[in-house]
Design a protein around this ligand. Structure first.
Ligand code: SF4
Length: 235
């Protein structure tokens, strides 16, 4: 269990720019800090920022094995440019999932599918850490509107560090372009938010940024950023 006391208050951390949040988190948690990546534009920003700041932060790849080819190619470009070595938690294969849970679980029970392919691997990946950096932003969807730059996750037993919480989509693109950072090319063809192939479609400009995720259902989140786990593992 990580410490429940921080050297700065949540209000003080909220006032810091993203770089300073990362610097502070690195000093606060040392080698017990990790960053999770799924190769969307926020991953590009945070990988670059951590490299520029010369921080030694482990990078966990949450690979569901159902990402787009472009996401895997983005990973390779970032690995090459920044010399990353990735920690990849185990997940059962799609064939094993079909056998255990029935075919195309993402159609019959997307919550269960996300639980198996995202939440469980993350739970095990976070075991050695006290704090977890992710790229979520308040502007992405109503379900993220109250995200803070630092918040406690009892579910995972870690502090969640969200340095981009107050960034807009424009801020992200400004940073990527200004620093010439490799990014997922699907963003150029209407995919403003990118997850697994079966559950992602492009969005229209008038839609919310994450409207293309689990479109046509009331599901808004894969579950990894949801504190209440009560119904997420259900069949
Ligand atoms: S996003 Fe879809 S395919 Fe990916 S883990 Fe969740 S339900 Fe399964």
């Amino acid at each position: 269990m990580s410490s429940l006391r921080l050297s700065l208050t949540e209000t003080e951390i909220e006032a810091l720019p993203a770089e300073d949040v990362l610097r502070w988190a690195s000093e606060e948690f040392g080698e017990r800090l990790c960053l999770s990546c799924s190769w969307q534009k926020q991953s590009s920003v945070l990988v670059h920022m951590i490299s520029e700041l010369e921080l030694d932060v482990d990078i966990v790849e949450l690979d569901t094995q159902l990402f787009f080819r472009e996401s895997y190619e983005t990973r390779e470009r970032l690995v090459e440019r920044y010399g990353l070595s990735l920690i990849v938690p185990d997940v059962i294969t799609i064939a094993e999932q079909h056998k255990l849970e029935g075919p195309n679980l993402w159609e019959t029970s997307p919550d269960r599918c996300c639980h198996i392919r995202k939440v469980e691997p993350l739970l095990s990946a976070l075991e050695p850490y006290d704090a977890w950096v992710s790229g979520i932003r308040r502007e992405q969807s109503p379900s993220r509107a109250s995200a803070k730059k630092v918040e406690r996750s009892e579910r995972y037993g870690v502090w969640k560090i969200q340095p981009l919480a107050d960034w807009s989509e424009k801020d992200v693109w400004r940073y990527i372009m200004a620093n010439d950072i490799p990014y997922n090319p699907l963003h150029d063809v209407g995919y403003r938010s990118i997850g697994c192939i079966p559950c992602t479609r492009p969005t229209r400009p008038d839609e919310e940024e994450r409207a293309g995720r689990w479109a046509g259902s009331d599901k808004l989140e894969c579950g990894i950023h949801v504190e209440d786990s009560s119904d997420r593992g259900g069949r």
